[in-house]
Design a protein around this ligand. Structure first.
Ligand SMILES: Nc1nc2c(c(=O)[nH]1)N[C@H]1C(S)=C(S)[C@@H](COP(=O)(O)O)O[C@H]1N2
Ligand SMILES: [Mo]
Length: 323
């Protein structure tokens, strides 16, 4: 008998479908509220408030990104996390991230751009159309998921700050506040968590600033209230709970590179042909798939399957050296 695993059960009630959306007219809050009785409250009172009235997630445009991919369940996506500010175990963030206060939230924009400033998150996101995009997600630890994000294209946001011609890189930082992020009291990483992209990577249409998933505001453990999503790169590039965006002339050192430069580089493009020094990257374990004794595996794809969208960014680049 074929065992039905968690992975094969979709939380239909959580799932945002296009038909409901179009017929609702009341926007996301109403849709989800009606379909799943107060699920919005599952996040936190803060985010529940945020979705009332002038909701952050009022209008989400469905897109064809990930058409045909079957997302993991909300439960899987929000209970198997890496977020070292809340502990190093996969279940720690879901347990501990309640101390994060995602509202009010400000993002400091600095460096090589004309519109520097300290922006309130609501103003920061308000001008842009929220989109749902279903993306593959591949951690450098060789596991993967499929996630229905809600967000805005990073390029639109970055362009609004009018970067100068000296802006070669974009550098992001996570909140530094040991009261809200208790594991920052420990010297696990060099806090705050820092990540960067080349300006061309950042401007690629796939790059997303996510503020939600499954049509709801981001659970704290997934990087509330705003996190980066770059699906052709390993998970660690997808920095969470962003408070700073800096346009830089020079390449930054990202947190995992700082931690172990021989193991983690700046680019971190998903690549089945370049192994991690301690394990192969040829295959990946699909979270929730198969059984304990025979976990579901799949072949890892170059650029995580987004070759057509991003390989031009690396023309002539030695992906072995630029790992
Ligand atoms: N600030 C911060 N961002 C982070 C991390 C972290 O520890 N701190 N972990 C990274 C890693 S290794 C992964 S795999 C993803 C996990 O995202 P998820 O928990 O939403 O799946 O977040 C990335 N962003
Ligand atoms: Mo990761």
């Amino acid at each position: 008998m074929k065992k039905i695993t968690e992975h094969h059960i979709t939380d239909e009630k959580y799932y945002l479908n296009r038909r409901k959306f179009i017929s609702s007219g009341l926007g996301l809050t109403a849709t989800i509220g009606a379909g799943a009785g107060g699920l919005l409250l599952a996040n936190s009172s803060n985010s529940a408030e945020r979705t009332k009235g002038g909701s952050l997630l009022d209008k989400v445009k469905m897109t064809d990104y990930g058409k045909g991919l079957k997302p993991h369940s909300f439960k899987q996506i929000s209970n198997y996390n890496n977020f070292y500010e809340f502990g190093t175990g996969k279940r720690d963030p879901a347990k501990n991230a309640h101390t994060l206060k995602p509202k009010p939230w400000h993002i400091k924009v600095s460096g090589e751009c004309l519109k520097k400033g300290n922006y309130d998150l609501e103003d920061f996101i308000a001008p842009y159309q929220l989109e749902q995009r279903i993306y593959r997600f591949r951690c450098v630890e060789a596991w993967s998921m499929i996630i229905p994000w809600v967000g805005v294209p990073l390029a639109s946001v970055l362009k609004s700050f009018e970067p100068t011609s000296k802006a070669k890189y974009v550098v992001f930082e996570t909140l530094l506040d040991p009261e809200q992020m208790p594991w920052q009291k420990r010297p696990i990483l060099n806090w705050p968590y820092t990540e960067g992209l080349t300006i061309a990577e950042a401007m690629n249409p796939l790059s997303l600033l996510a503020v939600g998933l499954y049509g709801k505001v981001l659970p704290n453990q997934n990087g509330a209230p705003i996190r980066l999503v770059v699906p052709w790169k390993y998970g660690f590039k997808n920095i969470k709970s962003i408070v700073s965006i800096n346009f830089s002339e020079t390449q930054p050192i990202n947190t995992w590179q700082d931690q172990a430069a021989k193991e983690y580089g700046f680019y971190a493009n998903v690549n089945p042909n370049v192994d991690h020094p301690r394990w192969s990257q040829a295959r990946e374990r699909v979270i929730g798939g198969g059984s304990f004794f025979a976990p579901e595996k799949r072949k890892t794809e170059l650029f995580n399957g987004y070759k057509d969208e991003v390989s031009h960014l690396y023309a002539g680049v030695d992906l072995r050296k630029n790992y």
